[in-house]
Design a protein around this ligand. Structure first.
Ligand code: F0G
Length: 460
């Protein structure tokens, strides 16, 4: 068999951003000063930044040139008309509201739909989604099957919502108390796993039976479409955009952080089918974000989103994007690093509990791995485990998160294949040093979203 060719980038580089290379001694000091929390490290001290794929995309020459056409008029800007046309074409929905980022769209929508006694049901609520829902006094339930939550099962659509669990919640709370059902595609907080069209259709049917509102959080809808085309029968000949359109046709509202699949650094969208709901949301938008034809965005931002939303469906781009993530996952897996499988679209998730079995969960094996990756290679990533999601019982003891994961999120069009190879190489050092890996203890924690500002000390 012919040796497969290197997965080369479907773009070339026109502008470079120098990266600073630090020594291991410098990184040990930097990490200590940052309280062993990667959020507190300066980006100049990071070599490969895999903290998030959000707002970190490199824009294309087309996007940059569109920005020069930005119309900065307060009302009725042609940049707004450009964005509105593209979003209507993608979503098939008549009401488009621009926001400064995804969580602003969430705050407006869930602020209206939520409230005490309301219940929201999702495959997995992303943290800002949950926070915006809970802030209204409502309760958010995640519905994932046990098998999907197991990092070792190889299934094509591990992001799917568990329909049976949804039915139980509908019976328990009654349709009048359910604010909305939210499908997050891809399912970021559950390993970046895709949702199948079949699952979305079943959910739509259930929502119709009970007259429930279906929201799609589609900030990675293009990546999800890639998986559907290649994994779900009946979609082989459809284009990625057609698949996204088919999925969005199922929902009543589409919330999007444009910082992901719209290939921009800032922006969000709230897209609605219902006129009355759109009017309510527009009132909120004007109070907090800006006038209805710009939300929190400048005209040039809207131009960049409009172009990005077309570019993201380019088959060469999407192929490279998903294959590059898979390449990282596969090589780490072949080295013996325990990884959530199948690999997600935007990120590779490492099972830190399995990699560092000697570190008990209350000493945060995920955070330990995050620190070791920075020390060994200047790589920044994030723990998705008990630091982020751990709770406390009445005696102050840790109730651990379901898994102790570390997310390596890949910014779009930013790093080359050799950067990815470098990351893979750093894991040789991680494996070599594994027997000496030590956990951490918290020295400071804020009351909410502690992972952003918590500080730690190494356990000797
Ligand atoms: N929904 C999902 C599924 C997300 O992944 C995010 C952000 C948001 C909503 C909120 O959007 O940041 O524009 O306000 N995820 C980022 C991440 C922060 O790193 O995964 P935002």
């Amino acid at each position: 068999m012919k040796k497969p060719r290197t997965l080369a980038e479907p773009f070339r580089i026109k502008m470079v951003e120098p990266l600073r290379i630090t020594t291991i001694e410098q990184r040990i000091n930097i990490l200590q000063t940052a309280g062993y929390n990667p959020f507190l490290i300066r980006s100049d001290d990071v070599y490969i930044d895999l903290l998030t794929d959000s707002g970190t995309s490199a824009m294309s020459d087309h996007q940059w040139s569109a920005m020069m056409l930005g119309d900065e008029s307060y009302a009725g800007a042609h940049s707004w008309e450009h964005l509105e046309t593209v979003v209507k074409g993608l979503s098939g929905m008549p009401y488009v509201l621009p926001t400064h980022q995804g969580r602003a769209a969430e705050r407006i929508l869930y602020g209206i739909l939520g409230g005490p006694d309301k219940v929201f049901i999702s495959n997995t609520h992303f943290d800002t989604t949950r926070a915006n829902i809970e802030f209204t006094g409502a309760t958010a339930f995640d519905c994932m099957s046990e098998v999907s939550l197991d990092p070792n099962t190889e299934l094509p659509f591990k992001g799917n919502i568990d329909i049976e669990q949804v039915k139980v919640l509908i019976d328990k709370y009654g349709k009048g108390n359910i604010g909305a059902v939210i499908l997050t595609v891809t399912n970021n907080s559950s390993g970046g796993q895709p949702v199948s069209m079949q699952n979305a259709k079943e959910l739509r049917k259930l929502c119709d039976e009970h007259e429930l509102l279906l929201v799609i959080d589609g900030c990675r809808i293009a990546e999800n479409s890639y998986f559907i085309k290649h994994r779900e029968s009946g979609y082989e000949t459809k284009s990625y955009k057609e698949i996204a359109q088919e999925m969005l046709a199922l929902c009543d509202a589409f919330v999007m952080s444009a910082k992901k699949d719209a290939l921009v650094n800032m922006g969000g969208l709230l897209v609605l089918r219902d006129k009355e709901m759109a009017q309510k949301c527009t009132n909120q938008l004007i109070i907090s974000e800006g006038f209805a034809t710009y939300g929190g965005l400048s005209g040039r931002d809207m131009e960049a989103i409009a172009v990005g939303l077309e570019e993201v469906f380019d088959p060469d781009y999407l192929h490279y994007r998903i294959k590059s993530t898979e390449y990282l996952g596969r090589h780490l897996y072949e080295k013996g690093i325990p990884i959530v499988r199948p690999f997600g679209g935007h990120a590779v998730y490492i099972d830190a509990k399995a990699l560092y079995p000697q570190i008990p969960v209350h000493e945060f094996p995920g955070q330990a791995l995050v620190c070791d990756l920075y020390t060994q290679g200047g790589i920044r990533c994030v723990e998705i485990g008990s630091v982020m999601f751990g709770k406390k019982d009445e005696n102050g003891n840790l109730i651990p998160a379901k898994n102790e994961l570390v997310r390596l999120a890949i910014p779009r069009r930013v790093y080359t294949q050799s950067h990815i190879d470098y990351v893979i190489d750093v894991f040789d050092d991680i494996l070599e040093e594994r027997p000496q890996a030590r956990g951490l203890r918290l020295t400071y924690e804020p009351p909410f979203l502690r992972h952003f500002t918590a500080r730690f000390a190494r356990i000797k």
